[in-house]
Design a protein around this ligand. Structure first.
Ligand code: ATP
Ligand code: MG
Length: 428
């Protein structure tokens, strides 16, 4: 018992009686037999009942997406999908399904309105399996490299990434916000633990509504003591290589269901990532038809142009100070720029990681807060970290959903989340 289709659909089990549970993804009825496609998390298998079988009348009642348990003899059948077939000897129906609303050819909005049912499709299941591998690999990478897993609160009193994308909530008689990033808390925890990471949801009231923004997304963040920008980029590259390599190893079936061309994924594992400073990135964008001035911010559209021309991920480094929040450390050799990097995925995807070296000096931090229009009194505890034994430290945030989107090469981030949250969608 408790066997999956992938455990039994093999030469070893031919001629034996097997019991499987699953959902019926398709039905074909002939005069003398009924064919069911039984689906479980591992695969699908054809099951048949002939008119002379004792199960025939019950099998004939079954509807698409009904759930059941069946027992029968396995045989090889070259014509069946997967090459095997079960002749049904015994049957227990868990739930007879009403007419299933999802059929071929539905539009995106209808499918997301029925996400709770659409999740069962082979394509969506494949994406979710890849998503699971990505999460597993991220934890594995950090655990294997001596990082402690730590947590920060989701209810916070202030902003990390700027007030415009804060979700305000009523917190008893006070105002509070949902966390945009663990970073400020991480900078406190890093003083005692030195190498820490988290994988948690972050919340941003994005009104930009692009193909790569969710209001709730999964954020893999890390903070490391005594690490500079250069070392940080090395860490980012090793993490992304590890994740992509694991997916290539574990998810060939799923990548093939998605018809994913794997060249760029293999490149990301095998070739070194590019490193370009901000000005060179602007030059590259302009060479490819954009008209950007030095000082322009890069969004989804600009990054699409830049990364469409590349065959490996690229680090865009050292942005002008005006484009980045207060916690980025100014470059000592050119304080008009900060020691930051965005890691841009190829094939038009753009930013999957944002990170950098943090301000470690109290005066600079207070000035930078004021320049960003923030009140240093609201950041007292954060400034304290520079008062009592400041250390150089760096960290980054990886958008896990964005990484999955690129690995699967999908056109919208909503496809990679079981129940996506965007400005327009909070159901189901
Ligand atoms: P963008 O410019 O695309 O809005 P950002 O600069 O605001 O990104 P960061 O604050 O650096 O992003 O966040 C770190 C990472 O988190 C990003 O590189 C991205 O992968 C991911 N991320 C940020 N905002 C979102 C969002 N709204 N939905 C999904 N992922 C996000
Ligand atoms: Mg943003």
């Amino acid at each position: 018992m408790d066997l999956l289709i992938s455990d039994v659909a093999n030469k070893e089990h031919i001629g034996t009686s097997v019991t499987l549970r699953g959902f019926v993804s398709n039905i074909r009825k002939g005069k003398n037999n009924v064919f069911l496609m039984l689906r479980d998390p591992s695969d699908v298998i054809q099951c048949v009942s002939h008119v002379s079988d004792k199960t025939f009348s019950e099998v004939s009642k079954i509807t698409r997406e009904s759930s059941l348990e069946l027992t029968g003899k396995l045989k090889e059948d070259k014509r069946a999908e997967g090459g095997y077939e079960i002749s049904i000897d015994d049957l227990k129906i868990y739930g007879l399904a009403e007419p299933f609303p999802i059929k071929k050819g539905h539009k995106k909005v209808f499918l997301f309105d029925n996400r709770h049912l659409w999740l069962r499709s082979r394509r969506v299941t494949s994406i979710m399996k890849i998503r699971s591998s990505v999460f597993e690999s991220i934890h594995e990478f950090f655990r294997n490299n001596g990082f402690y897993e730590m947590q920060s609160p989701s209810f916070v009193g202030g902003s990390v990434e700027g007030g415009s994308t804060l979700f305000e909530i009523k917190y008893f008689d006070k105002k509070a916000y949902l966390s945009q990033s663990w970073q400020l808390y991480a900078e406190a925890m890093v003083d005692s633990l030195w190498k820490i990471y988290t994988v948690a949801p972050s919340f941003r009231a994005e009104n930009s509504r692009t193909w790569r923004h969710l209001t709730e997304f999964w954020h893999a963040e890390t903070e490391v003591a005594f690490l500079d920008l250069n070392g940080l980029m090395g860490l980012e590259e090793r993490l992304v290589k590890h994740v992509v390599k694991n997916v290539l190893l574990k998810n060939q079936v799923e990548l093939n269901v998605l018809k994913r061309d794997q060249t760029m994924l293999k490149n990301a594992v095998e070739k070194p990532f590019l490193r370009m400073n901000y000005e060179s990135v602007i030059d590259l964008a302009n060479k490819n038809g954009l008209k950007l001035e030095y000082g322009a911010d890069l969004g989804a559209d600009e990054e699409r142009v830049i990364t469409s021309k590349l065959d490996v991920p690229v680090f865009a480094m050292n942005y002008p100070i005006k484009l980045k929040p207060f916690y980025h450390k100014p470059d000592p050799s050119d304080p008009t720029h900060v020691l930051c990097n965005d890691l841009l995925a190829p094939e038009g995807y753009g930013e999957i990681i944002g990170g950098g070296q943090r301000v470690d000096d109290k005066e600079t931090l207070i000035n930078r807060l004021k320049e960003d229009g923030l009140n240093p009194d609201d950041y007292k505890w954060y400034i304290d970290l520079r008062r009592y034994g400041a250390i150089p430290h760096s960290g980054f945030g990886l958008g896990v959903d964005r990484l999955v989107m690129w690995i699967c090469k999908l056109p919208h981030i909503m496809y990679v989340v079981p129940f996506p949250r965007t400005p327009r969608r909070i159901y189901p």
